[in-house]
Design a protein around this ligand. Structure first.
Ligand code: AMP
Length: 308
């Protein structure tokens, strides 16, 4: 089992209509790794932080079996900082501040010990950096999954188009799928992305309305668990990605059938993430909690129908 996770490690400042987090630890790779570590160890992390990033956070990752050789620490520089405010629906948000800091000139380092990894999860980052990671791997992993966002579609489309041709699984939200394809219908968007752009699998995340997995002419739906309270949706997409790729790395099975299971696992991890601020809930849960929650997902959608 060998998984490389690439992405931001950050300070976040999150405001929701119900509370405020102040400066907490976030970043796409942080969420992905806390979720994926439920299934696979070691995780080989590739990221960059400033000298202001707490050593105790790095220690906590090492304790759960994360290899940090590929995490550069730039003493005297500041870590990536992001701040966002959620609307009343807790599904949409405004970015208030993005300070790239160490991410501005991020040149990803792939330690020799990471070579030969079977699975690669490219968290949301500039497509130029995501491309560089693939360039620097001597053997193509068996499965490459990636996340991206509207920001990169606006400013780095040529790099993004090149990257899409090199990966297997694209994970985006509904608005991003529409922007990427220019199609409003998600079925048409999927046909266009899978038909022309490169990925073999497409996951479209729809927040509290679940996620769709497209492959060739097939489509599969995973619900989101209806939760009584959502404290902080930040990182839900990344926790989904971490659960998805962690489960695939554990089972080593890249069939469509197993990818279906993986998006249910991803949905379960996302449902935990939103229950507390930041990564707090992901750090508490154990495999038993995940199994119990997956049973809830099964009950949610299972029905026997006997048409008369
Ligand atoms: P999500 O809610 O799953 O979209 O992910 C939120 C996380 O992504 C936060 O913890 C942020 O630190 C991180 N993030 C936000 N914008 C960016 C960006 N432009 N590049 C890299 N990471 C980002």
């Amino acid at each position: 089992m060998s998984l490389i996770v690439v992405g931001s490690m950050a300070f976040d400042d999150i405001e929701t209509p119900f509370g405020r987090s102040d400066r907490i630890i976030g970043g796409a790779a942080t969420y992905i790794t806390w979720a994926a570590a439920q299934f696979v160890r070691p995780i080989r992390q590739v990221s960059v932080v400033g000298g202001d990033f707490p050593q105790k956070e790095l220690n906590a990752l090492e304790e759960i079996g994360v290899d940090l050789e590929g995490v550069q620490v730039k003493a005297g520089e500041k870590s990536f900082f992001w701040s966002g405010r959620y609307h009343m629906d807790m599904n949409t948000r405004d970015t208030l501040v993005t300070e790239l800091n160490v991410l501005e000139n991020f040149d990803p380092l792939i330690p020799e010990s990471y070579q030969g990894s079977e699975f690669l999860m490219l968290g949301n980052l500039s497509p130029d950096v995501q491309n560089k990671v693939i360039d620097r791997l001597r053997h193509r992993p068996r499965l490459i999954a990636m996340d991206t966002m509207n920001f990169w579609m606006d400013i780095a489309r040529p790099d993004l188009d090149r990257l899409l041709k090199r990966i297997d699984v694209l994970m985006v939200n509904d608005a991003e799928a529409r922007q990427l394809s220019g199609e409003y219908s998600l079925v048409k968007a999927a046909r266009s992305i899978l038909g022309k752009m490169g990925p073999r699998y497409l996951v479209i995340k729809k927040g509290e309305h679940g996620a769709l997995l497209f492959h060739e002419n097939h489509v599969f739906f995973a619900p989101a668990l209806p939760l009584e309270e959502v404290f902080d949706p930040t990182g839900a997409g990344d926790s989904f990605a971490g659960g998805f790729i962690g489960y695939i790395a554990k089972t080593k099975d890249i069939s469509f059938e197993n990818l279906k299971s993986a998006i249910i696992v991803g949905s379960a991890l996302a449902s935990f993430c939103v229950e507390k601020f930041g990564t707090e809930r992901l750090r508490e849960i154990r495999l038993d909690d995940i199994h119990a929650r997956i049973r809830q997902f099964v009950d949610l959608v299972h029905f026997d129908i006997d048409l008369k």
